[in-house]
Design a protein around this ligand. Sequence first.
Ligand SMILES: [Zn+2]
Length: 172
Amino acid sequence: MSNGPLPIRVDPRKLAEREVRIAGDAALNSMPNLCQALVDKEGAVRVELQFAVDEQRIRTITGHAEGHVRMTCQRCLEPVKVAVEADFNLGIAASEEAAKQLPRSYDPLIVEGEEIELLPVIEEELILSLPHDAYHDDCSIETSFGDAEAVAEDTDKPNPFSVLAQLKANNK
Ligand SMILES: [Zn+2]
């Protein structure tokens, strides 16, 4: 099943009344604050959100986001692939004041107007879910590409003698 991108703007109260479920991909390059912590902007995070109204008539957004990003390994400074995962349990409030009335089980999402941009909400949770420092399990077995799959696929490593020959050639 392929997923399109998430909608940019939504009316969360309307979606909650209709109990809409949204699934889609959030491209990393559309989340600039998240990208500041990353090595590159390639890829996307898969997002599923369920809008609903709970028994106290609170509009809620619950769901999940997961994917992989690349951060800098703090030991060898090469890229390392990091799994990110965030859970959403948001209660919609019209103001800071109203947010204080929400049950503590919800993270408040303040929506003053009708519509909000969805990506910044997802981005914020993803930033919170990032590890403070990222490390390879074992830097010595990771390639300069920084992920284990690349090691397995990389069968045509240059022969050390031809590298040496090239170094000599370059030094002439
Ligand atoms: Zn490393």
